[in-house]
Design a protein around this ligand. Structure first.
Ligand SMILES: *[C@@H]1O[C@H](CO)[C@@H](O)[C@H](O)[C@H]1NC(C)=O
Ligand SMILES: *[C@@H]1O[C@H](CO)[C@@H](O)[C@H](O)[C@H]1NC(C)=O
Ligand SMILES: *[C@@H]1O[C@H](CO)[C@@H](O)[C@H](O)[C@H]1NC(C)=O
Ligand SMILES: *[C@@H]1O[C@H](CO)[C@@H](O)[C@H](O)[C@H]1NC(C)=O
Ligand SMILES: *[C@@H]1O[C@H](CO)[C@@H](O)[C@H](O)[C@H]1NC(C)=O
Length: 388
């Protein structure tokens, strides 16, 4: 698992090189027939084989000794169940059933598995309410798996309050990320509810072909560094139909990431959707092919922004904002502030209409060293960029 420093660093809250403000909408069975008992037997055998291929054996954590009483640490029982399911070649399902709360200090689900695997989370997985050290600073990890569906109506509850308080009183510096998908491919994450992570809620790193849909992520608006979804060193990621409201970025995208489509996400409260911070530690941090569409931002400090550090090292180009409508709580609704030595190029604004959330106020734009084109209507008028 990645242990490089930037994997666990909270995003710096300052320096933004490009910012688009606040609330907005971006274009924002069966054919039975029996002929005597022998045939019936044959039919049943085939039927069970067919079901076996489709849904596979179920590994219910309760049957492996998990208590699910919210008091007993079930980490070992859950890990044992995972190990058993992961070595089954018949498309197994690890079941975390509804109606139970599984307290777990730390969960490390390691692949590769013998076949495609499903994890059905309908119950609650609960972090202990205490500050503690966990491996790699990740509470729940899925690592090195090729082909997995993680689905259900359950809750991943990080009980972060003790960490928020600890950080405020400087008793601890960071805290674990709640849920990490690392070194994985072909991951389908659906429906789960994440809440109150000590730090980031869901991190996708060193992974490719990952689809996240129908999830909710909630944490208090004032909880620090509780990003909803954080993506780094990954490719071909799709995030859709999800609701995210936390104390930091709804979605943040960093370091060596390519082809991320984000659509139909409701974001807020929080800091919006952020690319960066780029350029930390002078690293080469290429991020490209990020598409954000049909998203709603309500009560966020930013909409979609690109954050850079050491701005002279960072090249920003080919950024398009299309069909962006909404109201801004701050007067400076559009801020395109590029570095002196590396101007931003190919910036396109097309049908961007913003007004102040306060009808008595006017909003303004600010541009520095930004080049590209604008298509009407742009409200309020933008001083930079060439009309097209
Ligand atoms: C994940 O991949 C990285 C880079 O290949 C490697 O350093 C790390 O050990 C891997 N982690 C696991 C748990 O496989
Ligand atoms: C996902 O979980 C829901 C709720 O438990 C269930 O109804 C549905 O069948 C699951 N879908 C898949 C593809 O596993
Ligand atoms: C994202 O959308 C683009 C354009 O529609 C498409 O070419 C690409 O394959 C999509 N990527 C993913 C990961 O869905
Ligand atoms: C934005 O959020 C506020 C506060 O939660 C809510 O009252 C309002 O209806 C929301 N607006 C939209 C457009 O969703
Ligand atoms: C807003 O802009 C209009 C038109 O330029 C101007 O008349 C008005 O005084 C401005 N209002 C404020 C609060 O600056």
């Amino acid at each position: 698992m990645a242990t490089s420093k930037d994997d666990y660093q909270p995003l710096p809250s300052t320096i933004s090189s490009s910012r688009l403000g606040a609330k907005k909408n971006q274009q924002l069975i069966s054919n039975h027939y029996q002929r005597g008992s022998v045939c019936t037997f044959t039919f049943l055998l085939f039927a069970s084989l067919a079901v076996g291929v489709l849904s596979g054996p179920i590994y219910n954590v309760i049957h492996k000794g998990a208590k699910g009483d919210g008091k007993t640490d079930d980490a070992q029982a859950l890990t044992d169940t995972w190990n058993a399911a992961c070595s089954d070649s018949k498309v197994p399902t690890l079941l975390i059933p509804s109606g139970y709360t599984f307290l777990a200090d730390q969960l490390y689900f390691q692949g590769p598995c013998k076949s495609y695997i499903r994890v059905q989370v309908d119950g609650t997985i609960l972090s202990p309410y205490k500050i503690r050290a966990v491996r790699e600073n990740h509470w729940i990890s899925f690592v090195g798996i090729e082909g997995i569906t993680i689905n259900g109506t359950g809750y991943i509850d990080g009980q972060g309050a003790v960490w928020y308080d600890g950080r405020a009183k400087q008793k601890c510096k960071s805290g674990p990320t709640a849920f990490v998908v690392g070194n994985c491919s072909h991951v389908n994450l659906k429906g789960l509810n994440f809440k109150n992570s000590p730090m980031m809620h869901l991190t996708i790193q060193r992974s490719f072909v990952v689809s996240v849909s129908g999830i909710t992520i909630t944490a208090p608006e004032d909880s620090p560094n509780t990003d909803g979804i954080h993506i780094q060193r990954s490719r071909h990621i799709q995030i859709s139909h999800s609701v995210i409201g936390t104390g930091d970025d709804c979605i943040s995208i960093e370091t060596n990431t390519k082809d991320v489509n984000i659509s139909h996400v409701r974001c807020g409260p929080g800091h919006g959707i952020s690319i960066g911070s780029l350029g930390e530690d002078d690293s080469e941090a290429k991020v490209e092919g990020i598409r954000v569409s049909h998203c709603q931002f309500n009560g966020t400090t930013n909409g979609v922004r690109i954050k850079t550090c050491q701005t002279s090292a960072v090249q920003v180009s080919d950024v398009r904002y299309v069909d962006l409508v909404g109201s801004s709580a701050t007067d400076e609704a559009i801020l395109i502030k590029c570095s002196q030595s590396h101007p931003c190029t190919d910036i396109v604004l097309d049908n961007v209409r913003l007004k102040s959330a306060d009808p008595r106020r006017n909003i303004t734009n600010f541009c520095f060293n930004a080049f590209g084109t604008k298509k009407h209507p742009i409200v309020p008028a933008l001083s930079c960029l060439t009309p097209n």
